[in-house]
Design a protein around this ligand. Structure first.
Ligand code: GDP
Ligand code: MG
Length: 177
């Protein structure tokens, strides 16, 4: 030992899933870079961003994966899910069909994972309350029935975005430590 302080490091993979255009990419860009894009286009190839946070004085890094638009073709591969310890299941509060899809995404997630996964149900676009099609109560009820955390967010005005990611990352940390 050279006397340097031993620093424990953690790196957790987190995946974002949900129907096309619910705001997955913008949630990630808001969290990781504080950016929002009104006309975001799907990029080619899987992308992730790494974000650090401090938990109990430990440096905890989350490698957060975003789909490259494969969800449009229901073609998210097992490689995308492999090794994930956390997931955000996102729907759009202004499009009921995306809420109906949540159970299918949950099933796909469970099929591809063999560990305990910290899961957050995310009702995104809560800034669009005037055209809401899914109530807060419905979101809460589904989350409770499936054992998920729940939060409504807005990638546009930043509501709860940081909190949603951090709750998942803290839960993973609690699961493994
Ligand atoms: P993805 O396909 O799930 O990755 O969705 P995107 O992040 O590409 O977003 C799809 C569209 O919804 C884009 O036009 C975004 O600008 C818009 N969007 C994303 N998040 C929000 C939000 O919180 N509020 C509103 N009003 N629009 C959003
Ligand atoms: Mg996207």
């Amino acid at each position: 030992e050279d006397g340097e302080e031993e620093v424990e490091e953690y790196l957790f993979k987190v995946v974002i899933i949900g129907d096309s255009a619910v705001g997955k990419s913008n949630l990630l860009s808001r969290y990781a870079r504080n950016e929002f894009n009104l006309h975001s286009k799907a990029t080619i190839g899987v992308e992730f961003q790494t974000q650090s946070m401090d938990i109990d004085g430990k440096d905890v890094k989350a490698q957060i994966w975003d789909t490259a638009g494969q969800e449009r073709f229901r073609a998210v591969t097992s490689a995308y899910y492999r090794g994930a310890f956390g997931a955000l299941l996102v729907y759009d509060i202004s499009r009921r069909s995306t809420f109906h899809s949540v159970s299918r995404w949950l099933q796909e997630l469970n099929t591809h994972s063999d560990t305990t996964i910290a899961k957050m149900l995310v009702g995104n676009k809560c800034d669009l309350a005037n055209i809401r099609e899914v109530s807060v109560e419905e979101g809460k009820a589904l989350a409770e029935a499936e054992g998920l955390f729940f939060m409504e967010t807005s990638a546009l005005d930043s509501t709860n975005v940081k909190t949603a990611f951090e709750i998942v990352i803290k839960e993973i940390y609690n699961n493994v430590s």
